[in-house]
Structures are given as structure tokens and as C-alpha cells.
Design a protein. Structure first.
Length: 205
């Protein structure tokens, strides 16, 4: 009996230390997420998108929501320009700002001249909400490193994927040629950017 107890105590200590290490790591990861300016921008975007009035016209709601989505991408890119040090990522950030500012102008022009149409298509808003929740779940699963370039790249992958998912939903439910053309352009452009971002992440682990 004494022989068995002699070996149980170190095992118990090792398990306890393992649990403490895991808890500390989770707390550290949570602190890093809370401190990340990129995560804060994305969470603020989610709050704004959830609060935005929905017309249940897919084309109108897609355009209005993409303005907020693009605005968040621009803010993330501006943060990268301020705090990043990798020239490749800073160039990517500037490209995002230039492209998405231009698309915001197009989306705003559309919503200012477009009256929401009937019949209502509430399915689009449900799919869009699911896509945004999926984006945040993917971002929450990532480990923030505190390295501005790396964290910008990995979160922008998730952000771009949500834009692609929402654009594909628009192609399924939308009825307007202007928004459909914008959606197709966004899908093509951001798929390419995701591939480039992922390649950079693989080279800079």
C-alpha cells in the first residue's frame, strides 16, 4: 500500500500542474484576445451589424452590411499600417484600404438610390448572421501572438472569408445586377487575398 501511494503522489502533482498550466494558458490567450486591437474592431463591427435595421431585401441589406464590413477591414488595415513592421503586410493593408474604400462608395451609391423591394426574403439575413457568427468563432479559435503583422494576417483571413460567404449568399438570394456584380468581384478578389495571406502566414510562423 505504501509503495502504491509513493507513486500516486507525483502522478497527482503532474496532473495538477498540467491543469494549472492549461488554465493559465487559456487566461493568457483570453487576455491577448481582449488586448488585440484587431479583435476589438471585429467585435465592434458585429455590434453595429447586429443593430443595423434590416429591410429583408437581400440586395439592399447586403450593400448596407458590406459597408460596415468593409469599414472594419479598413480600420484593421489602418492599424496594421500604424503598428506593423513587415512591408509585405503593410502593402497588403494599403491595397485593402484602396479597394474597399472604392467599394464602399459603390455600395453607398446603391443604397441611396435603391428602394427595398418586395417580396421580403428573410432567409438572406439568417444566412448572413450565420456567416458572421462563423467568422467570430473562427477568430476566437485563433491564438493571438501580439505580433501586429501576424495577427492582422490571420484575422483578415477570417474577415475576408465572411465577405466571400455573404457575397455567395447574395448571389443565391439577390435580384439586382449591380449588387450581384459587386458580389462576384469581391469573391474573386478576396479569395486571391486569402491565398496570399495564408501563404504569408505559412512562411512567417
Amino acid at each position: 500500500m505504501r509503495f502504491t501511494r509513493f507513486f500516486r503522489l507525483p502522478l497527482f502533482s503532474a496532473v495538477l500542474l498540467g491543469l494549472l498550466f492549461t488554465a493559465c494558458k487559456k487566461d493568457h490567450d483570453m487576455d491577448m484576445k481582449m488586448d488585440s486591437p484587431y479583435m476589438k474592431i471585429m467585435m465592434d463591427m458585429m455590434t453595429q451589424m447586429d443593430a443595423q435595421a434590416k429591410t429583408q431585401d437581400p440586395d439592399h441589406d447586403y450593400a448596407a452590411q458590406m459597408v460596415l464590413h468593409h469599414d472594419a477591414a479598413i480600420k484593421m488595415a489602418e492599424e496594421e499600417l500604424r503598428t506593423g513592421s513587415n512591408q509585405e503586410m503593410k502593402t497588403t493593408a494599403q491595397d485593402i484600404i484602396t479597394k474597399q474604400r472604392a467599394e464602399i462608395t459603390q455600395f453607398n451609391a446603391f443604397t441611396s438610390s435603391h428602394q427595398p423591394m418586395q417580396p421580403a426574403v428573410p432567409q438572406f439575413n439568417a444566412v448572413q448572421k450565420t456567416n458572421m457568427d462563423k467568422m467570430m468563432a473562427a477568430s476566437d479559435a485563433r491564438t493571438m501572438t501580439g505580433r501586429p503583422d501576424y495577427d492582422f494576417a490571420q484575422l483578415m483571413v477570417d474577415h475576408h472569408q465572411a465577405a466571400i460567404d455573404n457575397s455567395e449568399a447574395l448571389l443565391q438570394y439577390g435580384r439586382n445586377t449591380t449588387t450581384r456584380a459587386l458580389a462576384q468581384a469581391i469573391i474573386a478578389d478576396q479569395r486571391q487575398e486569402i491565398a496570399e495571406l495564408q501563404d504569408w502566414l505559412n512562411r512567417n510562423r
